[in-house]
Ligand binder design. Structure first.
Ligand code: ADP
Ligand code: MG
Length: 226
């Protein structure tokens, strides 16, 4: 009985996701169609419309890119990873954005002498998504702390920002597909992170207050480095 209930919950969630995808993709497509018509008619040669069409196409592309992760690619490549170098790579990747937004990143994970097992690209995606959210929560800059500790058989990575925090009514909905409070958000970041973390037998926690947000990712450790 419980299994059947779980299945119908899953089907309901899939239906909700499909409806969300249809909606999110229909909007930009409708806009593209409208502007194409304008460009073929009285506004022939008006390049401002090309820019709108291009940005709408980019939006569809971005949504599809994020959805691909949810579609579980067949080439998941599990390997032993040093979480420190993975985090270093991600932070280097994000450096132009943190610099641009006046954000100081404090790294506090180099004492982690433990390996994990996972797909490097997927785990990178998790930390990129969380860091992006942290950066977007701090429009006037501030500090992001990335810390890592080894507890029992798991590693705990925390990303702590000084953004405005997440109000409770938003916290409840944060992992719903397409839920966003941003003008140009996709609302898929948290969902994608949850999927990947679950796939890695991990867990995530969110702590938030008016001072900011702490996202904690817990992943099973493989073995201690000698
Ligand atoms: P998106 O970033 O495209 O809006 P996400 O799924 O990544 O979608 O996040 C959903 C929402 O959760 C965001 O729109 C924002 O309101 C909230 N959120 C996520 N992380 C943070 C954070 N670090 N600080 C404040 N709000 C956040
Ligand atoms: Mg996001």
């Amino acid at each position: 009985k419980r299994e059947r209930q779980l299945l119908s919950e899953k089907q309901a969630a899939a239906g909700q996701l499909a409806a969300g995808i249809a909606h999110e993709i229909r909007n930009p497509i409708t806009a593209i169609k409208g502007f194409m018509q304008l460009m073929m008619g009285e506004h022939k040669g008006d390049t401002t419309y090309y820019n709108i069409v291009e940005s709408e196409i980019n939006r569809v592309e971005m949504i599809l890119k994020e959805l691909m992760v949810l579609a579980k690619p067949t080439k998941i490549n599990y390997q032993e990873l040093d979480i420190r170098s993975l985090l270093d790579k991600v932070l280097t990747l994000m450096e132009s954005q943190t610099l641009l937004h006046n954000i100081e990143v404090i790294k506090n994970f180099h004492a982690l002498e433990v390996m994990i097992v996972g797909d490097e690209n997927q785990l990178k995606q998790v930390f990129i998504n969380y860091l992006k959210n942290a950066i977007e929560a701090m429009p006037v800059g501030g500090k992001i702390i990335v810390e890592g500790i080894h507890l029992n058989d798991s590693v705990h990575i925390r990303i702590i920002d000084e953004g405005g925090g997440i109000p409770n009514e938003i916290l409840e909905r944060i992992s719903e597909p397409f839920f966003t409070t941003k003008e140009h958000g996709t609302g898929l970041g948290m969902l994608v992170c949850n999927e990947i973390i679950e796939e890695h037998k991990g867990k995530s926690n969110i702590f938030s207050s008016a001072e900011g947000t702490c996202i904690e990712v817990i992943l099973p450790s493989a073995f201690q480095l000698q």
